[in-house]
Design a protein. Structure first.
Length: 288
């Protein structure tokens, strides 16, 4: 399987969930071995940041990457789209520091890029293949990766809320269901927490059309849920985006439990340190 990129540029605009600022972005095609890079078109000299875990500078509320004083925040939904659609190379130009939240999901990105078109390049695709089990645990948080001839990820969550409780969902790359089954799943949060964030100058773009707002026993969104297990599907979306910051696809079966941005990043650091648990290789056509 060769590396892939967009057939032509895709553009969209929206509001940053924390800044409340309108931003415009364009995803451009890029050559083989370019990887995923973000470019701040609003800053002098338009600095570029590579989307790699070593460039992650914050994981408290979202995944934020930065280099030489420039940052781009809340990249996980777009990164999940690149991973879910098997896009290896792209240049993302953005005129602000925070990605647009859109409807709280990756659907706009995934549909837009799919409709724009995806092309294969003339270089083979490489993967990081897990060769022996590696696991990171901290209390009830856990990420486990085991060897496999394909990529799959299972995400489990548990919340003391009648609409969530315990949920688990799996994405298997062989099924090609990211666009329809994972990308539409929206971010979620408790309305009381959103109100508190706004008091501290955050969450300025958080509205009912940018995610799911939970009350103590239900949700505030009139349209209801898109899936009965939409909460787990969105957590899987976040995990997919975070793990893509390795800079190449992972060939493994991954299982997460109660993980978040910070713990996902810690797992990548642990994985990279344990070089005896993985190797890089050229991927077979049907593996990813």
């Amino acid at each position: 399987m060769n590396q892939r990129t967009l057939a032509k540029p895709f553009s969209c605009s929206g509001t940053g969930v924390h800044s409340g600022v309108q931003v415009n972005l364009t995803v451009h095609p890029a050559p083989a071995n370019h990887g995923i890079r973000f470019q701040r078109s609003d800053l002098p000299d338009s600095p570029t940041i590579r989307a790699l875990f070593r460039n992650v500078v914050d994981t408290s509320l979202a995944t934020v990457i930065g280099q030489e004083g420039a940052i781009v925040s809340t990249i996980e939904h777009l990164m999940a789209t690149f991973a879910g659609l098997a896009i290896d190379n792209a240049l993302v130009t953005i005129d602000g520091y925070e990605m647009p939240i859109m409807d709280g999901s990756a659907r706009v990105f995934a549909q837009g890029i799919t409709e724009t078109g995806i092309v294969e390049l003339d270089k083979p695709r490489s993967v990081l293949a897990i060769t022996k089990k590696i696991e990171l645990c901290d209390g009830d948080k856990r990420v486990t990766a085991v060897p496999s001839d394909h990529f799959a990820i299972t995400c489990g969550i548990a919340f003391n809320h009648p609409m969530i409780n315990e949920q688990s969902v799996t994405l298997d790359s062989r099924d090609n269901t990211f666009l329809t089954e994972i990308s539409p799943a929206r971010t979620f949060g408790f309305y009381r927490d959103i109100k508190m964030l706004k008091l501290y100058g955050l969450g300025r773009g958080a509205e009912l059309d940018t995610g799911i707002a939970l009350t103590d026993d239900g949700i505030m969104n009139e349209g209801g849920l898109r899936f009965p297990d939409e909460f787990a599907r969105h957590k899987l979306l976040d995990c997919l985006g975070d793990f893509s910051l390795l800079g190449m696809p992972i060939l493994a079966e991954i299982t997460t439990s109660k993980s978040g941005h910070a713990f996902n990043h810690a797992f990548l650091e642990t994985l990279f340190e344990h070089k005896d648990s993985w190797e890089t290789r050229t991927v077979e056509a049907d593996a990813l």
